[in-house]
Every structure is written in C-alpha cells, then in structure tokens.
Write a protein that binds this ligand. Sequence first.
Ligand SMILES: [Zn+2]
Length: 273
Amino acid sequence: MIDTSLFEGVLQIRMSRYADFRQASWVCAYLVDGLLIDTGPAYTAEELTNFLKDKGVKVAVNTHFHEDHISANKYLQDAYNIEIFAHPVAVDKINKSAKLYPYQEEVWGYPVPSQVKPVGNRITTQHCFFEVISTPGHDLDHICLFEVNKGWLFTGDLYVTTRPVVCRPNDDMWRTLEDLRKLRALSPRVIFPAPTHIVKEPNKKLDELTAYLEELGNRVDDLYNKGMNAEQIRDEVLGEEGLIADATQQQFSSLNMVKSFLRKHKDHNGSRT
Ligand SMILES: [Zn+2]
C-alpha cells in the first residue's frame, strides 16, 4: 500500500505491506524536483513503480543498502531507465542477493539485486542542490541529503524518535551521536525521515535526541566501570526487552543498544558480557 502527502513541494511516499499502515512497517521515500530518495520495500515495488509513471522521476538515490530502502531499484531502472546512486560501500551490497531475517522477509521482502553508482559529494537537480553527508552511525554506508537553500534534511534511518530504546546490532551509537552533531550544525528547517512523520522542529528534536543519547551512553559507561555486564546494564537503564526484540529475532533490542555503547571498551566481549 502507498499513501502520500505533500509538504513544501516534497512528496512523502509512505509505503507498507499492510493496509492498516502499522507504524513499525512504514518506510517513506521522498520525491523532490525529480529526485527520488529511497525506493522502499519489495512488497510495494511494483505499486511504487506504477505510481511514479507520471511523476517526472529523473534520478534516484538510496540512503543505505537496507532492504526497505532499495527494493524498487530494479523495477524503476527497467521501467524508466533512471540512474540510481548510493554510498560506495552500498554499491557492492545492493548488487548482490540479500540475506534476511524472518521478520525482514515478512515485513519488507527480498530486493531484486540492482546495479547502482557511487554517489559523489552533491546531487544537483533542476532547482535544487543536495549535499551528500556521510552518517555512518546507522550503518557504514548511510548518507543523509541536505538541500542547502530550503534547509530540507533527508535523514534515512538516522532519526526515528527522540528517545530510542532499541537498535540493531550494526548501529553504532557513539557514531550516531557524531552524526547528529554534524546534522545539527547544518541547522535544518525540516527533517524528512524514512521511518516516521516529517519533523517541523528539527533543531529542538535533534537537541533532545543528542542529550538523551549522551546521558544514556554516559550511564552505560558508568555502570560498566562499576563492574556490571551488558544484560545488567540493560535492565538498569532500559528495563526488560519489549515485544519487538522477540518479534525481530533480537535484531531490534535494548541489549544491542547497550552493547553498542560498550563496543569502545576493549574487554567488552570478555567475561563480563
Ligand atoms: Zn536501515
């Protein structure tokens, strides 16, 4: 299913396998001045391709290689012969078959491999100029796009909420903090995230998220230095795992978040964890 809304000339294209658009299953692509940012999950790939037939798509970019951001690539290339760009690290992942956990297969589906090109430092469209910003906290190949004149910031999966309590094993929360500071320095006017609604007070939200993660990271560090292991720290600062951990085969968990903060400690994988 696809739903759309227009904000300041940016079309948010919300996609979900499910007709009730349950929030954890949403992924948003954005269409702005002929540039399509992300191409969504496999289950909506054909619907998105049909939807875009009269929308003037000239070029696309993937914010990162995760299957819910790239899966219409091949369909769009075959239908409209457009070029698609991604971070150089993502290029060699997007052109191969994906390995998915059962929850990913259920919610998003397998992407068809596609050939994409390495993105440079900027993308220029007819009326817009996008800076490409490397933001490796969510995954090493993750990028954000910043339209400098409008103050529009497209953040892929970097921004979800101001108080996240779970993350994936590959998320690096200290790097995410660096990414957030980098984005805050741009003083964006609007944030267009992939997983949630458009954010109209971005600097306030970025400040809240940064402060929350800094405090959380420092508490994790303190408890580790007092001798607690990752599970004990999780129980102390984030409480018991929610349903999402079991539903995602432990790919989204609070324990992952604690371990991410602890990764800088050399003996993190030793006896205490
Ligand atoms: Zn992702």
